[in-house]
Design a protein around this ligand. Structure first.
Ligand code: PRP
Length: 326
C-alpha cells in the first residue's frame, strides 16, 4: 500500500484542526460573549464507523465542554434511480435542539452522506451546524457541501487507514494509504508451491549451460528447454562442418536434454528455431523432419543477427512431460 499521509503528519494536522475548533467554540450563550458553560457543550457527532479514530484524536485536544454522539448511515445504490440515497441506520442518542453541533467525518467523497446528515441536524433544530472532515476527495464530489474544518485534500483513489476501510479491513492503520489489492496467504502459498515445484534438469551428454540458466526446467507437467547451439559437449566447442553439422548437433543436444527429463521428440509441443541465415531453411527442414519423423510440433523460425559463439542455428523446445499426455 502506498502511504499518502504518514502518522505524524496526520496527528499534527488533527491537533491544528482541534485548535481551530477550540477557539471557535470557546464562547457561547447570549450573543456568544461568555465562556461556554458545561451545560451547553459543543455536541460532536461522529459518523460511524470511519470517523471514530479521527473523532477520538480530535476531541482529546479540545478544552471546551464537549458531548459526543454518533450517527450511522447506509448508502443505497451506486447508480441509477437510487443514486445518492442515504438512510440513517443509527440515530443520535442526544437531543441537539438549540445546540452547537460539529459533524465529524473521516472523508467527504461524493458528498451525499454529509449533505443528508447536515440537513437532518438542521431539521432537528440545532443552533449551529458545522462540518469537520479529515479528508476531502474533491475530485469525487457530486453534491456541494461546505467543509468548515478540512484536514487534507486527497487524490481520487481508494484510501484506507485511520478509520477508513476496504471491506472492513485496514481501519486500524495509523496512517492514510492508497488501497492496493494484496496477495492473500493462499495465493502466496500457491505461488511458493509452484516455485518449489520447479525442477531443473541437467545432463553431461549435452553442453552445460554457459550462463546463469539451466539446460531445462520442468514445471506443472511441462518441460522448457534452453536454446541449444551446435556445441559438442565433450570439447565444449562448436562442431565444424557448417550449418548441417551444427543443426545435427543441436538436435542431438536437445534429444539428450529431453531424455534427462524422460522425454523424446514425440513429447515436443513447440519449437523455436533461430538462424543467422534463412537461406538454410530447406536444409534445416530436412534434418528437423528426420529427427521428428511423423511428429509435427508447432514451430517458429526466425532469422537473427547473431548467436552465441558465432553459431549458425539455435533451437529450444517446450515439451509435455510423460504422464501428462492424455
Ligand atoms: C464512508 C465515509 C463517509 C462516507 C463518504 O462511510 O466514512 O461517511 O463514506 O462518502 P460520500 O461522501 O460518497 O457519501 P461508509 O459508508 O463507507 O461507512 P464506514 O464509515 O462504516 O466505512
Amino acid at each position: 500500500m502506498r502511504v499518502l499521509i504518514a502518522a505524524p503528519e496526520l496527528l499534527r494536522r488533527v491537533a491544528e484542526l482541534a485548535a481551530l475548533v477550540d477557539a471557535d467554540y470557546r464562547l457561547a450563550g447570549a450573543g456568544g460573549g461568555s465562556p461556554r458553560p458545561p451545560a451547553d457543550p459543543l455536541v460532536a457527532v461522529g459518523v460511524l464507523k470511519g470517523s471514530v479514530f479521527f473523532l477520538a484524536d480530535l476531541l482529546k485536544h479540545l478544552t471546551v465542554p464537549v458531548a459526543v454522539d454518533f450517527l450511522q448511515t447506509a448508502s443505497y445504490g451506486s447508480g441509477g434511480a437510487t443514486r445518492g440515497e442515504v438512510r440513517i441506520r443509527k440515530d443520535l442518542d442526544l437531543s441537539i435542539q438549540g445546540r452547537d453541533v460539529l459533524l465529524v467525518e473521516d472523508i467527504v467523497d461524493t458528498g451525499f452522506t454529509v449533505r443528508t446528515i447536515l440537513d437532518l441536524l438542521r431539521f432537528r433544530g440545532a443552533r449551529s451546524v458545522r462540518l469537520c472532515a479529515l479528508l476531502d476527495k474533491v475530485a469525487a464530489r457530486q453534491v456541494e457541501v461546505p467543509i468548515d474544518y478540512r484536514g487534507f485534500v486527497v487524490e481520487n483513489a481508494f484510501v484506507v487507514g485511520y478509520g477508513l476501510d476496504h471491506d472492513e479491513r485496514h481501519r486500524n492503520l495509523p496512517y492514510i494509504a492508497v488501497w492496493e489489492p494484496e496477495i492473500d496467504a493462499g495465493t502466496a502459498a500457491a505461488a511458493e508451491r509452484s516455485a518449489s515445484a520447479m525442477q531443473t534438469h541437467h545432463t553431461d551428454r549435452a553442453p552445460a549451460a554457459i550462463g546463469p540458466y539451466s539446460q531445462a526446467v520442468a514445471v506443472d507437467g511441462w518441460l522448457y528447454t534452453s536454446g541449444q547451439v551446435g556445441i559438442d559437449p565433450t570439447s565444449g566447442e562448436l562442431v565444424s562442418g557448417g550449418f548441417e553439422a551444427q543443426a545435427r548437433q543441436v538436435l542431438e543436444n536437445l534429444r539428450q536434454v529431453l531424455a534427462s527429463a524422460g522425454c523424446g521428440f514425440a513429447n515436443v509441443v513447440k519449437a523455436t528455431v533461430f538462424m543467422v541465415d534463412l537461406a538454410d531453411f530447406p536444409r534445416l527442414n530436412a534434418l528437423y523432419g528426420e529427427a521428428m519423423g511423423d511428429h509435427r510440433p508447432a514451430r517458429s523460425t526466425v532469422q537473427v543477427a547473431a548467436l552465441p559463439k558465432g553459431a549458425l542455428v539455435e533451437i529450444d523446445f517446450v515439451a509435455r512431460l510423460p504422464g501428462q499426455l492424455s
